[in-house]
Write a protein that binds this ligand. Structure first.
Ligand SMILES: [Zn+2]
Ligand SMILES: [Zn+2]
Length: 160
């Protein structure tokens, strides 16, 4: 078998996504072993997820900001600082919720009815407390991913 991108070379591996034969140099480009087309496709998929999650967090912040704005407080500097912080906390709730989904204790679920209500309330309170931290950490992680995506994209373009 010959490399799909270098017809003069013997293949030493295959793309894990599409099965194209690849030479040693092509195999070394990506981990796991991918051809440039599949690497780009995976990157696009990843980027879509990152952008979606970032948009959701921005939308939550804007909604919280506007709800607070309609409450009719005076616009002092101290109030503005409080408003930013409060909006950030509310924007963080879904992030906290997502984080807590991974560690759902079964304790509450044994009790029918009341257990579910207790579970829901506890989770909501915890989401509010840890949400802002989860949001900051996850967004930093997504920005890191975005930078990596742009770099990989450039790399793919220069190696095609
Ligand atoms: Zn491929
Ligand atoms: Zn090759």
């Amino acid at each position: 078998m010959r490399c799909a991108f270098h017809p003069d070379r013997e293949s030493t591996g295959i793309c894990v996504d599409c099965g194209k034969a690849l030479c040693q140099e092509c195999c070394n480009k990506f981990k796991p072993v991918l051809c440039p087309n599949c690497a780009e496709a995976r990157n696009k998929q990843e980027l879509k997820k990152v952008v979606t999650v970032l948009c959701i967090s921005i939308i939550f912040f804007i909604i919280a900001w506007n709800i607070e704005g309609s409450s009719g407080f005076s616009l002092s500097n101290r109030y503005m600082a409080f408003r930013v912080l409060a909006a950030l906390f509310i924007a963080g709730v879904p992030w906290g919720w997502i984080t807590l989904n991974k560690l759902t204790p079964n304790v509450f679920l044994v009790l029918p009815g009341i257990g579910w209500i207790m579970y829901f309330i506890t989770k909501l309170i915890l989401s509010f407390i840890i949400g802002i931290f989860a949001m900051i950490i996850k967004n930093i992680y997504y920005i890191y991913k975005l930078v990596k995506y742009v770099k990989t994209e450039k790399y793919i373009k220069s190696h095609l």
